[in-house]
Design a protein around this ligand. Sequence first.
Ligand SMILES: [Zn+2]
Ligand SMILES: [Zn+2]
Length: 343
Amino acid sequence: MTRTTPPRPLDIEAHFPELAGHRGTTTRLHPRAGSPRVEDSSVGGPLLWPVDEPWPVCVQPHGRDKGRRLADIRRERELWAAARKRGVRAGLSDAERETLDELQRTYRVPGVSETDPVPMIGLAQLYRRDVPDLLPGPDGCDLLQVFWCPFDAHGRTGYESYLELRWRRSAEVGEVLTAPPLPDVVGYAGYVPEPCVLHPEQVITYPFAGLLPQDLCDRLDAWDEAREEEAEDEEGDGGAGAVGYQYDLSIPPGWRAGGYASWHLTDPYAMDCRTCAAPMELLLTIDSSEWDGGSGSWKPVEERDLPPHPFATPTQVVVGNHGELNVFACPADPAHPHRWSVQ
Ligand SMILES: [Zn+2]
Ligand SMILES: [Zn+2]
């Protein structure tokens, strides 16, 4: 089944013709629960990884001996899914609550040092043939593979994610690794993706307002505010809210490739390549949810009648405070190291 973004509630270029010069495209990946194969683009699916190549590991110094078991996380999700099937209001039985307590336990793995290699989790793979807005890789590579360490324990703050991205030429892969190494425990369940197939859809997008020319940004902000006030006057509290530039007309929610990054949490800061100083471009957005409440204008037509829980969170991935993680690439040389920012 395809996923189709509804037409935007209004034509923003009719109100701000100069936005035409900033119009771009992004590909919403629309991950949905499924059974992807190694030859498919996927989130949480099996990766086309050569059997004779070492699987990526995290060797950054941090605790990795305490966390939850992968199998427990999956069983917990199955338990909730079964409960939902019966009807949410029914709640959990006493036996299920006991099981849940057991599944949520954390374990300590003895004898693990702060720098022992921990297998990273294969998060996603994207074939360029499937994803129109995926930036080119180095040297004719056509497959991007994304990994992350299952612990919030990196970066300057000591609480950040750590990703690794690999590009390869898919045609060169012979025998495929069928059972990749897995971490004994993970620091956080949000790092464990559910297997999802993708339904890529290219849509129009515009930059985050704060990155547009100041005058245009000011006028967009004023327009958003005026519409917000109008909507409040009409509906009182509890209304669906006004259609605004930031939430409905510029950057779609959910996993996507290319286009523009949102900076709603931190305000924009420079994202320049650490190797050559070129301003970097958005490669991939990893999002905690595919669409949200509010006006819900980005909710695919095919899912119009579905409630957000659990349908807006098919990957079960959670980044930041239920936010999004933007991965940037260097346009001068795609082999230069990536950077990322959480919003
Ligand atoms: Zn790590
Ligand atoms: Zn560079």
